[in-house]
Ligand binder design. Structure first.
Ligand SMILES: Nc1ncnc2c1ncn2[C@@H]1O[C@H](COP(=O)(O)OP(=O)(O)OP(=O)(O)O)[C@@H](O)[C@H]1O
Ligand SMILES: [Mg+2]
Length: 373
């Protein structure tokens, strides 16, 4: 897939925005607060139906009552599709072509876009939540059914937790009986989530290692490992979860909380045999994050037959010049929109890149202009 054109009005810092990216690498430069991240958010909005910072109402330019963003995508086979998002203070309408969507979820995955930015440091350095979100994001773009299962799981978890808190003082046998259907839901949905996560990590491992090696210029021994909160018993996650909930009942009753399940899973990332989160340098962490995102793009392209567009915010920060160059080479002939506040650096780095390259400048109040290379 490629983005042919983005057009927006009253979106974030923009009165009007028109961006016609090239089919290859788009380098977007601009000073701090000029609107580079906002531009990526406009694209993201047309792929996911929401922004990636704050609430829908924050997307309206301050003081404006309505905003819109429209994206023209060319999907595999050369078909042009238009996504239009209309925003008001309290409502949002999403349309693909002239068909209005009933819910945001119907949009997700139709137009694959993968985003990476400074917040992705959480994947490398933060708590396990960010790493689960990475896996869920990948699995969600591969199959909407996964996202539906995840939602069902989280809903059951919430209900079970509610009962565990409300019935703290109740008779244990009665509590057990009440939570039983929710426990069964967690086992059913949870075992599906675990199996999918285990399989995907198996498929990611070599790809992440390859991209990491490409960007770092050396094989530093990156390894991924899925560490489920509850291990499978003889290959069955359902059996593992059922056994664990059996063991934990008394403790869960006392704590008033569900204490096991895939909402507590971990994705362990190691570089050179040590945990990236604890020992990795900033540059190593950034390299790993980019390798994870590139591997994600590759998997989506292979399994869906549609290559995602890659959005890289502040792409060169924390990377030395060699790694920065190698990132741009590693993206191959994908369509990429990469931003940076360091124009000098961008000009230096792009010397080493082949293929279709467009250079753009964002200025506050003046929108996005193509500039000469
Ligand atoms: N809803 C809004 N209405 C008006 N202005 C907004 C809105 N949301 C964000 N902004 C403004 O947009 C600017 C930030 O834009 P953005 O985050 O895209 O900058 P950037 O070019 O990515 O900067 P940096 O290089 O620092 O990352 C800020 O000045 C902010 O006040
Ligand atoms: Mg920014």
């Amino acid at each position: 897939m490629v983005i042919r054109r983005i057009e927006a009005g009253n979106f974030r810092s923009y009165d009007e925005l028109v961006f016609e990216p090239v089919a290859g690498l788009n380098l977007v430069v601009g000073k701090n607060a000029s609107g580079k991240t906002n531009l990526l958010e406009a694209i993201y909005l047309c792929a996911y139906g929401k922004g990636f910072r704050g609430a829908d109402a924050d997307l309206l330019k301050r003081g404006r009552e309505r905003a819109h963003v429209e994206a023209n995508f060319r999907v595999g086979g050369g078909v042009d599709r238009t996504v239009r998002v209309e925003l008001r203070r309290r409502t949002k309408e999403i349309a693909v072509g002239n068909k209005r969507l009933a819910k945001r979820q119907d949009l997700v995955g139709q137009f694959p876009v993968v985003l990476s930015g400074a917040w992705d440091f959480d994947i490398a350095a933060g708590d396990p939540k960010a790493r689960r979100k990475y896996l869920d994001g990948l699995l969600g773009l591969l199959s909407p059914a996964y996202l539906a299962t995840l939602r069902d799981y989280l809903r059951a978890l919430k209900q079970r937790n509610l009962l565990l808190t409300e019935m703290r003082e109740a008779d244990p046998a009665r509590l057990r009986e009440k939570i039983e259907p929710w426990t069964e839901s967690l086992i059913g949905y949870g075992s599906l989530l675990c199996a999918r996560r285990e399989a995907i990590v198996g498929e990611l491992r070599e790809r992440v290692r390859r991209y990491y090696t490409t960007i770092a210029g050396a094989d530093e021994g990156v390894d991924l490992e899925y560490v489920p909160n509850v291990r499978a018993v003889e290959g069955s996650y359902a059996d593992g979860l059922r056994r664990r909930f059996g063991e934990l009942f008394e403790k869960e009753r006392r704590r008033g909380l569900t204490l096991a399940g895939p909402h507590l899973d971990e994705l362990l990332i190691q570089v050179g045999g040590v945990e990236l989160r604890r020992f990795g340098s900033r540059g190593e962490q950034k390299t790993a994050v980019l390798a994870l995102r590139l591997a994600q793009v590759e998997m989506i392209a292979e399994k869906r037959g549609e290559r995602p567009v890659l959005l890289l915010d502040d792409v060169f920060s924390d990377l030395d010049i060699r790694r920065a160059e190698r990132v741009l080479r590693a993206v191959g002939d994908l369509q990429v929109v990469a931003t940076s506040a360091e124009e000098e650096r961008v000009r230096e780095v792009k010397g080493g890149v082949e293929g279709i390259v467009g250079l753009f400048r964002v200025e506050k109040g003046a929108g996005v202009q193509e500039i000469s290379l």
